[in-house]
Design a protein around this ligand. Structure first.
Ligand SMILES: O=C(O)[C@@H](O)C(=O)CO
Ligand SMILES: [Mg+2]
Length: 268
């Protein structure tokens, strides 16, 4: 499978390096520079808050890469995985949203992923999430607010795990800058049928991410045929970036064969 990856003619696909997982050993500004050298078209990250936004902005300006998005803080209690759907922690959730929007504005990022948290089955979780998302959409101005269905194997009890659930929330909140982050890794684990789900929710999708299933390694292994899936998604009209959000098998550099192969297939 690895050597045959990207066998056929491929459309133009722009890849974003998720620096929450790739080049984690480097300081964020250096990881941005490394992503540029490796041929990525953009970057995205998870939790950049310990890093001076001026240093991140300088690396983005120097490389010409855009930071597509970052996450709200997970929260500071043991086991926290987001706060926005936790009815008893609204103040903290909104502080996390303010922090993320301020940081994203300072570095010119395009989106903030508002993490829901582990509140499946909790009374008031849905209403709290929707109210906090409406707050985030107002605070974000021109930026996009993303919500991401995350699989229950990695994050048991996470409030949001299904594409239809996310689509329902987007419709109910009714803000034009609220979109779904369609992460193929989570979607495959929870529900499969990736192409149909992607096509059905396309107008609401604001970002797309990939990783192998079940390993969460490079996209050239595992049960998802990204060499066919991504061209098909492009065929539906997806022209946004594709976020490479995987945990490298060894080092990030050693695992970039899938992208090198894509670039050479795209040239031929
Ligand atoms: O899929 C993921 O794990 C991420 O996109 C994320 O934002 C949670 O940290
Ligand atoms: Mg993701």
């Amino acid at each position: 499978m690895r050597s045959a990856f990207w066998r056929s003619a491929v459309p133009t696909i722009r890849f974003s390096a998720n620096l929450g997982f790739l080049w984690q050993e480097l300081a964020l500004p250096d990881a941005i520079r490394r992503a540029k050298d490796a041929g990525f078209d953009a970057v995205e990250c998870h939790f950049p808050y310990a890093v001076d936004p001026a240093a991140v902005k300088a690396a983005l300006d120097e490389t010409g890469l855009k930071m597509l998005g970052l996450n709200t803080s997970r929260g500071d209690r043991e086991g926290d995985f987001g706060l926005a759907a936790l009815p008893d922690r609204v103040e903290e959730a909104r502080a996390a949203i303010d922090q993320a929007v301020d940081y994203a504005s300072a570095i010119g990022a395009g989106a903030v992923h508002v993490m829901a948290g582990k509140s499946q089955g909790v009374d008031g979780a849905q209403a709290t999430f929707e109210a906090n998302l409406a707050y985030a959409c107002e605070a974000a101005g021109d930026m996009t607010i993303l919500i991401e269905p995350i699989n229950q194997r990695d994050a048991p009890g996470y409030f949001l795990s299904y594409q239809a659930q996310a689509a329902d929330i987007v419709a109910r909140v009714g803000k034009p800058n609220l979109k779904i982050m369609f992460d193929c890794y989570h979607a495959q684990i929870m529900e499969g049928d990736l192409l149909k789900r992607f096509e059905q929710h396309l107008p609401m999708i604001g970002h797309l991410q990939i990783a192998a299933v079940p390993s969460r390694g490079e996209p050239d292994e595992g049960e998802i045929a990204y060499d066919r899936l991504l061209p098909a998604m492009a065929g539906f009209g997806w022209d946004g970036h594709v976020g490479a959000e995987y945990r490298p098998r060894t080092t990030t550099d050693a695992g970039l064969g899938w992208m090198t192969a894509y670039k050479s297939a795209a040239r031929s």
